[in-house]
Design a protein around this ligand. Structure first.
Ligand code: 9MR
Length: 361
């Protein structure tokens, strides 16, 4: 052994001896995968669970409000905004160096009916809905100026492709009242309100080849008109069977080729196919299934790392199995196990598999 190596080893040993363990910050996901942000969606009660707070501090450097910024929560009545829940999350994020993602500004779901109606219940006209949309975006983005890294500006505007129809946009109230250009307007209002925030289009099934082609068409059209859009979010509500790694890879490349940042914004890996309502693991899940899930997560993170030059963020849709929306969807109360951490917050085989990939390098 060279003498310089011996000196280095000695210094390391001294460092360990005199450094109290409490001062050593345990490594987390964000340290192993530092080419992109590692995010987590949190609900309003997250701070009540100490285990979750600890996990967030160790593993994540970005946070998305699971519901706290949706129109029905943050703007429940025409003349009433309710910022408290979101403010608390933003303050937690500031204290813990987490980049906050605003979710979401223009979405057909979790938006009150009054948004699209006059006081007498008749539908708003185009100008009035555009004005309402602008007022909402302006108010929210001004309130959080300098505190939010990026916004899912428009969420789920694409249809799920079905054989015959040529239609690519969902016939939401926004589209019915304003027309297809509601998307463009939403982005422009957001850029005007906060020029420093990144602006994203976010949707599910974005790796499905037909939906991917539709998304590319939509995004190309938006970019051609000079719409201020910085990135695209693939929600990543996937499972141990679908979609294929090849389809996900083709989608990442297709969106990147448009010049957009690519993100996986709502990652979870269900143990069930999408339309499977059975309840196979009500109490606990067999090791064999956890091993299958670990392999799937490893394949996904191998792909993400391969394309780290294109991907800017991977966000998990929930901190642990306990808090996943999939425990209530598509079957209410059916236990699912889609995250890297179990119900008690302990790392699962999937976590170990994802970390092992980086230790090998
Ligand atoms: O996780 C969210 C759940 O708590 C809500 O009840 C649900 C209501 O639509 O929304 C869930 O989050 C969705 C996200 O906002 C948009 N993409 C799909 C997510 C899962 O449904």
């Amino acid at each position: 052994m060279k003498s310089s190596t011996i000196v280095v080893l000695l210094l390391l040993a001294l460092n360990v001896m005199f450094c109290p363990w409490s001062m050593v910050q345990a490594q987390g996901l964000k340290d192993y995968y530092d080419d992109f942000l590692i995010g987590v969606a949190l609900g309003r009660n997250f701070a009540m669970d100490e285990q979750v707070v600890k996990l967030v501090k160790q593993h994540f450097n970005s946070v998305t409000p699971e519901n706290e910024m949706k129109w029905e929560v943050i703007h429940p009545k025409p003349d009433q905004y309710a910022f408290e829940k979101m403010d608390a999350l933003v303050e937690f994020a500031r204290q813990n160096n987490l980049k906050v993602i605003g979710h979401t500004l223009t979405w057909h779901s979790q938006t009150p009916r009054w948004v699209f109606e006059n006081q007498d219940g008749s539908p708003l006209n185009r100008e009035a809905l555009l004005a309402r949309m602008q007022e909402h975006i302006q108010t929210v983005l001004t309130h959080y100026k300098g505190k939010i890294w990026g916004y899912d500006v428009v969420n789920e505007a694409l249809v799920d492709p079905s054989g015959e129809s040529e239609e690519i946009l969902r016939d939401s109230p926004y589209r019915k009242i304003i027309g297809d250009d509601f998307i463009e307007h939403s982005f422009r209002f957001a850029r005007e309100a906060d020029p420093d925030a990144e602006l994203y289009y976010n949707d599910y099934n974005m790796a499905n080849p037909q939906k991917r082609d539709n998304a590319v068409k939509l995004l190309q059209g938006l970019l051609a008109k000079g719409t201020p859009i910085d990135g695209v979010g693939l929600q990543g509500h996937w499972n141990i069977y679908d979609p294929s790694i090849e389809d996900i890879e083709a989608a990442i490349i297709a969106y990147h080729n448009l010049g957009l940042k690519v993100m996986v914004t709502e990652l979870d890996v269900s143990l069930y196919k999408f339309d499977d309502h059975r309840n196979l693991y009500p109490e606990s899940v067999p090791d064999s299934m956890l091993a299958v899930q670990a392999e799937r997560y490893a394949a996904l993170f191998t792909l993400f790392q391969k394309h780290h030059d294109k991907i800017t963020r991977i966000t998990f849709w929930g901190p642990t199995d306990r808090y996943s929306w999939l425990n209530n969807f598509p079957a209410r109360g059916r236990a699912n196990y889609p995250m890297l951490f179990d119900r008690q917050g302990a790392p699962k085989p999937a976590y170990d598999a994802v970390i092992r990939l980086r230790e090998k390098e």
